[in-house]
Write a protein that binds this ligand. Sequence first.
Ligand code: PHE
Length: 446
Amino acid sequence: MKIARFSRIGFILAAAGSAVGLGNIWKFPYITGEYGGGAFVLIYLFTVLVIGFSIMIAEMLIGYMGRRDSVTSFEILAPHHKQLWKYAGFQALAGLFIMIYYSVVIGWIFNYIVTSLSTLPSTVAQAEQTFNTMLHADFWTQFEYHTVAFIGITYVLTKGIKGGIEKMNMILMPALMLILLGMFAYALTLDTFSQAFHFMFFPDWSKIDSNAFVVAVGHAFFTLSLGMGAMMTYSASLEKNSNIVQAAFWVVFLDTTIAIVAGLMLFTFLYQYGAGPAKGPGLVFISLPAAFYEMGIIGNIFAVLFFIALAFAGLTSAVSLVEPMVQYFIDRFSWSRLKASIMMGLFFYLIGIFAILSNIEGASEYLTWGNKSFFDWVDYVTAAIMLPIAGLIMAVFIGFVIEKSKVESIMKPQLGFAFEAWYFSLRYITPIAMFVVMLSLMGVLS
Ligand code: PHE
């Protein structure tokens, strides 16, 4: 069915491109700020290694063995109840749902690239006002850039695995890493680097509560692109005899390194020129532009480069959020890639318009339920409910449903003595952790 295959490096870059996204550069620093730094970073690193890495291998394994879209892969691999198990593959829908707001945020970033060229806000208050005006009053700007994001993402998807996704990642990922490393090198020369380092690596346990643990696990999932069929669908295009463990290792390593580098750099800038670390979701859109302003002309250059890097990170993740459903329609309904890409694109594009409206004054009251706007609901339902469920299902699927001998024959040669530890983690540690996280995130425990 599928002929196009990733090259080895192409796969690693594409999977890392999926993982390294807004989650690393936008979300990780601000939740680290909210939970007081070092202690949170330690918990996060621990969860990435113990839970994230295990599920990453499991998810890649399902795609690699199934070699089809996520739904068909589950169906093929399940030894019994195939018609039931195939529904596990619909985790791919979560990716498409996430795109409803992810594309809007990429649009904000495009807008910030353009505006940073000329002006930066001179104070945090002004920066806040600029951001809030865009968010709550400026429908058209958000709409236009959301449209640009939709066109770009859909275009890449129509070009397929090799000519679209792999090619895009081969260019944008190295560019993104170069920009970040360049800015990181500059941060290293500033006095406040040590302060940022201290903040991120010296634990202050007083800010940690059970919530921090839950947020860390949820974020580990999101940032590694797990539970949405993304890694699974990419892995279906791996060459036979690929080393899954090695690929998973690189993805986890790059994702974590980039999050930490971005965090250290941002905190250094915020200590040196700005208001310090704890600033919530507005960190990169509010505190950071004001800090860049203080740097003078180099700040403009940095701001533009920074938002370009952020856009690259977002775009390479975005294609991986949509590709699983594109693949599903190609595989199961024999749609052409062109048709599947455009239809999936239109889905997130059109619904995304409501996500924009749900923050706009005058429209938001019709698009807010409980205390959450439609925009926030999409985030909540995907991150708090769909992801952990998918994680739980995949762990159970590999740990209990597929015959151990089958899993062992592929994974034992790659994992060696660590095989039993991985298997144990999938059977017991991960399911329990995911279950607890899900309950807490849904507010049952907290
Ligand atoms: N991992 C991406 C990020 O950190 C988000 C993402 C989730 C992308 C799931 C693809 C699939 O922003």
